[in-house]
Design a protein around this ligand. Structure first.
Ligand code: SD4
Length: 341
């Protein structure tokens, strides 16, 4: 091979290498929760694993309550109680730990990790999950705050509006419960609640230079939810999914609808089949849109080379979705946005 041909070969290999490798390591999370991104990034930088990064990143949001939608003191249910959902996934081993309807424990993501590391189970729920957490050394405390009490009492004063009941008596669009089933449906369409768009779960994906991948979620769910309600966030393939041989994804939005489509699983499988992250995210959203054109939701996707993307469903008041990225291109977390479609 002459010198020129060799040079050409080397430069084309360089192009392939550059295109094939996004920037690693990578941390990406839903919404502009910058401190969570920074916490995850610094965990990776100081030699922590991708699981440590996801745990610390989400825990940061739980401590700071992010915008009120993660951790204690947010989204009181119909009895005024805050309950938490969280999940963590090891994309190398496909081990998963999750908690749902967790009561009285602030650090839900770490309880999820304890489920993964100290049991053979995947998901623990409700009171029993709290007992497990206490046995694991987590402190039980009241998750109520002045803010959650105020949200709850305003809601009671406003005849329990909005709420998530349908086909019941008394009319849930006018009165508080308790409700009984009503035979003849008056309204079949689910009412859309204005507060949904101010409600922002953290979903996070972390990928290191060796290709280890983890993902996680943490949320306090939906304000005024029916007690016992569990959203998409602690459900594998719905709230998040990660497989180190394909990619990771995490969703946010109306979990009651989104979890019916396993959007995170779908996005990861599309990336496995070669779709780029933005296209994979878009298809996952489109699949839901076909049935629920007005659903509130967004998803982030990252493939194994550190390329990433996001997509969201365009509805009134939600036309752009913001998310955070940290990678070797910048020392500080970068705010990214995508136009909803
Ligand atoms: C849930 N998906 O519990 C969560 C809430 C959320 O943006 O992500 N809101 O349904």
């Amino acid at each position: 091979m002459d010198k020129m041909a060799l040079l050409l070969l080397i430069s084309s290999l360089t192009v392939v290498f550059t295109l094939g490798h996004g920037s690693l390591p990578l941390v990406i999370n839903t919404w502009p929760f910058k401190n969570a991104t920074a916490a995850a990034w610094s965990t990776l930088q100081s030699g922590g694993s991708v699981l440590d990064a996801v745990e610390r990143g989400c825990a940061r949001c739980e401590m700071e309550q992010c915008d009120g939608s993660v951790g204690y003191g947010g989204s009181p249910d119909e009895t005024g109680e805050t309950t938490l959902d969280a999940m963590i996934i090891n994309g190398d081993t496909m081990e998963v730990g999750a908690v749902a309807d967790l009561r009285r424990i602030k650090n839900a993501i770490s309880v999820a990790r304890a489920v993964m590391e100290h049991t053979e189970h995947t998901l623990l729920v409700g009171e029993s999950a709290s007992v497990f957490a206490e046995n694991m050394g987590f402190i039980a405390e009241d998750l109520t705050t002045n803010n959650s009490i105020q949200i709850f009492s305003q809601w009671l004063k406003g005849n329990c509006q909005p709420n998530y009941h349908k086909k019941v008596f008394p009319d849930p669009s006018k009165s508080c419960g308790p409700y009984k089933p009503r035979a003849a449906p008056r309204r079949n369409k689910r009412a859309h609640h204005g507060m949904m768009r101010s409600h922002d779960t953290i979903g996070m994906i972390a990928l290191d230079e060796e290709g280890h991948l983890a993902a996680g979620t943490s949320t306090n769910g939906m304000t005024h939810k029916v007690p016992g309600r569990v959203g998409d966030s602690p459900i594998i393939g719905a709230g998040a999914y990660a497989d180190s041989s394909a990619g990771g994804a995490a969703a946010t939005g109306d979990g009651d609808v989104m979890m019916r489509f396993l959007p995170s699983y779908l996005a990861v499988e599309l990336m496995r089949a070669g779709a780029d992250p933005s296209a994979a995210c878009k298809t996952a959203i489109s699949r839901i849109k076909r049935h629920y054109s007005e659903f509130f939701g967004a998803i982030i996707c990252a493939n194994t080379t550190g390329h990433y993307g996001a997509a969201c469903n365009k509805i009134t008041g939600f036309s752009q979705f913001h998310y955070m990225v940290s990678n070797s291109e910048s020392d500080t977390p970068l705010l990214k946005s995508v136009d909803c479609f």
